[in-house]
Design a protein around this ligand. Structure first.
Ligand code: GRF
Length: 200
């Protein structure tokens, strides 16, 4: 399965996709896209000789409509947001209906929405005193973190001493959950109907 990965930062989920046993042999990352000119995730792409693209109207950048054409040429089957911070425009979502997924470091529908990214999420979870946190993979729609949920994994954080500790433990879960879901997509084992999303 040919995929593109959208990133904004560190790129540890990108790296997990490239290295996990779930994905290594059946998922091919054809492009890495960011709104940044450079970011650590681009270095990860570089190690694997994956072409990188910057979404920008400045010289050298690409517009969303150029990315749509490019992805059609590349026959991209699924787009994965892995730490991508910008809202995806409507036209882009329409072009890849049910073909854009995101990983979020909490148990949606809690702790999602604008501003709920990175340590903001883990601080909110820590301050809430919740017993569980985890990771969610969901379909991307036109608002932040509200698309239909594909898969979640939860962990007991009742003993966590800090938001940083929660972040660290959730990241370990993310690095398994996202490649697992991609494996299911690649094997045609994600069934999306109007009423439900089922992993077979
Ligand atoms: C992850 O926690 C992901 O869930 C969130 O942003 C973070 C990205 O980390 N959407 P990385 O760039 O994959 O290391």
């Amino acid at each position: 399965m040919k995929i593109a990965v959208f990133v904004s930062g560190r790129g540890s989920n990108l790296q997990a996709i490239l290295e996990s046993g779930y994905t290594k042999d059946i998922v091919e990352v054809k492009a890495v896209v960011s709104e940044k000119i450079d970011c650590a995730a681009f270095q990860v792409a570089g190690i694997y000789s994956i072409p990188t693209f910057t979404l920008s109207n400045k010289p050298g950048g690409k517009s969303y409509s150029e990315i749509i054409s490019l992805f059609r040429e590349m026959e991209i089957e699924l787009i994965v947001l892995a730490g991508f911070l910008k809202l995806i425009p409507k036209e882009f979502i329409k072009s890849f209906q049910n073909k854009i997924i995101n990983i979020h470091p909490a148990l949606l529908p809690s702790y999602g929405g604008a501003g709920m990214y990175g340590m903001n999420v883990h601080r909110a979870v820590f301050n809430s005193g919740d017993r569980f946190s985890g990771a969610t993979v969901h379909i991307v729609n036109e608002t932040f973190d509200t698309g239909r949920i594909i898969a979640q994994e939860k962990i007991d954080i009742s003993q966590a001493k800090s938001p940083e500790e929660i972040a660290e433990r959730v990241l370990v879960i993310e690095h398994k959950l996202l490649p697992f879901v991609l494996n299911k997509f690649a094997n045609g084992k994600v069934e999306i109907t109007d009423s439900q999303i089922k992993i077979l």
